[in-house]
Design a protein around this ligand. Structure first.
Ligand code: GLA
Length: 395
């Protein structure tokens, strides 16, 4: 992959002599879905798929960007002086808005762009699969700029700046989970993150003979498609109703029974269901991480299944294809648990499966899914990787 990238870098930028290599993983969330924006826990990890980049300083004083995934029909990079980066651009090469958002955010935080930079990106994350290609692109760009221009940004800050870029420049009100997972991931570990305090701990993913299998419904998810922001508004409305009676700072300050006690204060039943999802999912995420630490994979799996049901019925962010994939998994011997992962409205499920049953599962779920939906599913078995950073050729 990198060899080809060095060739393309030389073609696009005319020189590759000083280019440095970087990598950012994508992420898979094991449990704790749609809890991050409500101040709850998430339990996620960085995966082996992601985005690679080559980058070097240039003397033009400009940012130049090229993606091998999206820019195949262009033979020159997108280029822009830093001062001209003020708002999201409505252009065909719309992917550049993620790196531009990062630059704009870093400038707001006082970073001095003393040199131009050339970046070439090339990823192997399936696009629109909900495995955080946007967060990977953002955090990767922070890492590159920080390293080449000497900003000294640490992993947690890199995640926060990336989230700020996505919220304020790209315009998606995402929580911190994705950026945190891709920035702070650790090989073979999941991260339990308290999204309200940003306290985090690593839990070794000791699954024994079980494997994590990601199944792509190949229904492209669309977060910016306003449903995500709508869910956030509904949670905010529930929070504001509840706050008239109890003093809390976020929904996940409540336990399930505490929410039950104040449920009469929430005016709209839809908003109450959204709140119930966030609060119950928060409890599931905590319990699941404890089960895993105690080696109780069966309980972990049951909590994953319950998470899917709540995302389907209370939060309403699944689509029929994801529900079909989850129930195919639930009914297959050897599957410990399965749920949709990520923002929803398409994308992937994550399942924990007995290693010896993985091939049979793929065959069964693949053919049944096609029969029931007319679509082909894709399956990924991935390792759990470190967070974004420099990438050595010999790794
Ligand atoms: C998307 C967002 C995250 C999180 C998930 C749902 O991935 O970017 O912040 O809210 O959806 O858990």
């Amino acid at each position: 992959m990198l060899e080809e990238m060095y060739k393309v870098f030389a073609e696009i930028y005319g020189s590759d002599s000083n280019a440095e290599s970087f990598f950012s993983p994508g992420r898979v969330n094991l449990i704790g879905e749609h809890t991050d924006h409500e101040g709850g826990y998430v339990f996620s990890c960085a995966i082996g798929f992601g985005i690679y980049a080559l980058a070097q300083k240039n003397s033009l004083g400009k940012l130049r960007l090229y993606s091998m995934n999206f820019d195949g029909s262009y033979d020159s990079p997108f280029e822009i002086p830093y001062e001209a980066i003020t708002e999201k651009l409505a252009i065909p090469r719309s992917w550049v808005n993620y790196p531009l958002g990062v630059v704009s955010t870093l400038r707001k935080h006082g970073c001095q762009f003393t040199s131009g930079v050339d970046i070439l990106y090339n990823g192997n994350l399936p696009d629109g699969a909900g495995l955080s290609s946007s967060a990977a692109l953002e955090v990767l760009t922070v890492r590159i700029l920080s390293d080449l221009l000497g900003f000294g940004i640490d992993g947690v800050k890199a995640a926060l700046y990336s989230q700020e870029a996505e919220n304020n420049f790209v315009g998606v009100r995402c929580g911190i989970m994705d950026q945190f997972a891709v920035s702070m991931g650790r090989k073979n570990s999941a991260i339990l993150l308290n999204c309200s305090t940003l306290e985090y701990s690593y839990a070794p993913l000791e699954l024994g003979t079980y494997r994590i299998v990601i199944t792509n419904s190949n229904v492209p998810h669309s977060l910016a498609g306003s449903e995500y922001n709508l869910r956030r508004q509904q949670c905010e409305a529930a929070l504001s109703d509840i706050r008239k009676t109890v003093s809390i700072s976020c929904l996940c300050d409540l336990s399930v029974s505490e929410l039950d006690e104040v449920s009469y204060t929430v005016k709209d039943p839809v908003n109450l269901r959204r709140a119930f999802h966030a609060v119950s999912e928060n409890a599931r995420a905590l319990r699941a991480s404890q089960s895993l630490k105690g080696g109780d994979i069966q309980t972990f799996g049951k909590l994953m299944n319950a998470s899917h049901v709540s995302l389907r019925d209370n939060y309403e962010v699944t689509v029929p294809e994801l529900d079909i994939l989850a129930s195919l998994a639930w009914n297959f011997e050897g599957v410990v648990g399965s749920r949709m992962t990520g923002g929803g409205f398409g994308g992937c499920t994550v399942s924990i499966i007995d290693g010896e049953r993985v091939s049979a599962f793929k065959e069964y779920a693949g053919s049944e899914y096609e029969r029931l939906t007319g679509r082909k599913a894709s399956f990924y078995e991935t390792g759990i990787s470190d967070g974004a950073g420099r990438f050595a050729l010999n790794v």
